[in-house]
Design a protein around this ligand. Structure first.
Ligand code: LLP
Length: 418
C-alpha cells in the first residue's frame, strides 16, 4: 500500500483507490483531479479519537488544510469541531452542516465583520493573537450584547524544527502573544465586560516530526496556567494547536499513541479540557492529485515529463521545496528514466517532483501522492487555468464532490472598462 487505501492491483498493475481504479476516475472525470479516500479520512480522524480516548479532546479540524464541503461534512458527521481562520471558513463549516458551537477562530488578522459573524453564530471561542485584537473582540461583543469566550495564542518561543515558512512558534514569527506579556493581557481580558477568559492555546508549526517541541511548548503553557491560577484567573481548556506530521518521504514519526500519552501525562490531574487542531494528519495522506502526461521531453541534462497539473494546482513543491511521492498509475515494464515532473505554467519553479525514476509513455497517468492537505485549498488560477475537480472515493464508488472550474467561472466577476 502506497498511502492508506491506495494499492496496486496484482492483476492489472494499476493503482486502485479503495476499490476504484484511478484510470476509471481519469476516464470519467478527466485530469487533473484531486481524489480523496473517504475511508482514509475517517481512519485518520478516528486514530486521534482512540489514541486520546482518556482525555477525549475536542478535535477541531483545521479547515485550511482542505475546506471542500464534502470533507467538512464527513468530519462533522464524525463529531469534529473546526479550527477556522476566516469568516469564509466559518461559512463553509456552516454550509457543510458543521456545529458552530464547536468552532474555534484562529488567525492574526480577524476583521470586525468576521468577529461579528462568528459571535452571531455562537462559536466556541476566539484564539486571540494580540492586544489590539482583544480590544476589537471586546467591542464587537459588547455591541452584540454578548461575552466572547477567548483564549490567547501564546508564542512559546520554541523551535519546531520544521520548514521556516510553516514554523510559527518563534519570537520572530508574527503569531501569538509573547509569553512575557501573557499575565498582563489575561488580567486585562478578565477585566473586560465583553470577554470571558476561557483557555490557552499555542501552535508552533506544522509537519513537526519530533515530540520534544510540542512537549516544551506544552510545559511553558502549563506554567502560565499555574501562574494565572495563582492570580485568580482559572482557565478551562488548553489547546495544543495543529496535529501530527505525515510521511511524505520516509520521515520517522512518533507513534500516535506515544504522542497522546506524552500530552496526557503533562495535563493529568488538571481540570483542563484538551483541544487539538489537526489538519494535515487528517487529510494529507488521504488524497492524491491525478494528472496525465502530455509530453515527454528528453533533454541534454534532464528529462521532463510535462503533465497537465501544475504549480497552480499544487504549490507545495514550488513554495516549500516539498517532496510528494509520485507513482505511475499503470506500472510498465522496462528501464526507468529519471524525470522531472513539470507543468505547463510559464515559470521555472513550476515543478511537482524532481528526478523520479519512472517508466512512462505519453498519455500515461501519474498520481501525486499525499496531496490531500494544502493542495486544493492553495490552488490558484494562475495562467488562467481552471482549478481541478475533486472526487471522493467510497468503496466501489467515486463521487464528484466539486466540479472542474470552467472558464466562465473565472471571468464571472470581471467588468470590461475601456
Ligand atoms: N492551527 C493553526 C492555528 C494553524 O495555523 C495550523 C496550520 C493548524 C492548526 C493545522 O496544522 P496541521 O495539523 O496541518 O499541521 N501550507 C503549509 C502548511 C501551513 C500550516 C498553517 N497552519 C503546507 O502546505 O505545508
Amino acid at each position: 500500500m502506497l498511502t492508506p487505501h491506495l494499492h496496486r492491483s496484482t492483476a492489472t498493475s494499476e493503482l486502485v483507490y479503495e476499490n476504484v481504479p484511478l484510470s476509471d476516475i481519469a476516464r470519467q472525470f478527466g485530469t487533473p483531479t484531486y481524489v480523496y479516500s473517504r475511508a482514509a479520512i475517517v481512519a485518520n480522524f478516528r486514530a486521534y479519537k482512540s489514541a486520546f480516548a482518556a482525555s477525549k479532546p475536542l478535535l477541531c479540524y483545521a479547515v485550511k488544510a482542505n475546506s471542500t464541503l464534502s470533507v467538512l461534512a464527513l468530519l462533522a458527521s464524525e463529531g469534529a469541531g473546526f479550527d477556522i481562520v476566516s469568516g469564509g471558513e466559518l461559512q463553509r463549516v456552516i454550509a457543510a452542516g458543521g456545529d458552530a458551537s464547536k468552532v474555534i477562530f484562529s488567525g492574526v488578522g480577524k476583521r470586525t465583520d468576521e468577529i461579528a459573524l462568528a459571535l452571531a453564530h455562537h462559536i466556541h471561542c476566539f484564539n486571540v493573537e494580540s492586544e489590539a485584537e482583544l480590544y476589537r473582540v471586546n467591542d464587537v461583543a459588547i455591541a452584540q450584547g454578548k461575552r466572547a469566550r477567548i483564549t490567547f495564542r501564546i508564542n512559546p518561543d520554541v523551535d519546531a524544527k520544521t520548514h521556516p515558512y510553516i514554523s510559527t512558534g518563534l519570537k520572530s514569527n508574527k503569531f501569538g502573544i509573547a509569553h512575557l506579556d501573557a499575565v498582563r493581557l489575561y488580567t486585562l481580558a478578565a477585566s473586560m465586560t465583553g470577554i470571558e477568559v476561557h483557555g490557552i492555546e499555542c501552535h508552533i508549526g506544522s509537519q513537526i516530526t519530533e515530540l520534544s517541541p510540542y512537549i516544551d511548548a506544552l510545559k511553558r503553557l502549563l506554567s502560565l496556567v499555574d501562574d494565572l491560577s495563582a492570580r485568580g484567573i482559572q482557565l478551562h481548556h488548553l489547546d495544543i494547536g495543529g496535529g501530527r506530521a505525515i510521511v511524505y518521504e520516509g520521515e520517522t514519526l512518533v507513534p500516535m499513541a506515544d504522542f497522546a500519552q506524552a500530552v496526557e501525562r503533562e495535563i493529568a490531574g488538571r481540570n483542563l479540557d484538551l483541544f487539538i487542531e489537526p489538519g494535515r494528519s487528517i487529510v494529507g495522506d488521504a488524497g492524491l492529485l491525478l494528472t496525465r502526461v502530455e509530453y515527454l521531453k528528453p533533454g541534454e541534462t534532464k528529462n521532463f515529463a510535462l503533465v497537465d497539473a501544475a504549480m497552480n494546482d499544487l504549490i507545495r513543491p514550488t513554495l516549500y521545496d516539498a517532496y510528494h511521492p509520485v507513482a505511475a498509475v499503470l506500472q510498465r515494464e522496462g528501464e526507468a528514466t529519471l524525470y522531472d515532473i513539470v507543468g505547463p505554467v510559464c515559470e521555472s519553479g513550476d515543478w511537482l517532483a524532481k528526478e523520479r525514476a519512472l517508466v512512462l509513455q505519453q498519455d500515461d497517468l501519474l498520481a501525486v501522492l499525499c496531496a490531500g492537505a494544502y493542495g486544493m485549498t492553495m490552488a490558484s488560477n494562475y495562467n488562467t487555468r481552471t482549478r481541478p475537480c475533486e472526487v471522493m472515493v467510497d468503496g466501489d464508488e467515486a463521487h464528484l464532490i466539486r466540479e472542474r472550474e470552467r472558464f466562465e467561472d473565472l471571468i464571472a466577476h470581471e467588468r470590461i472598462i475601456v
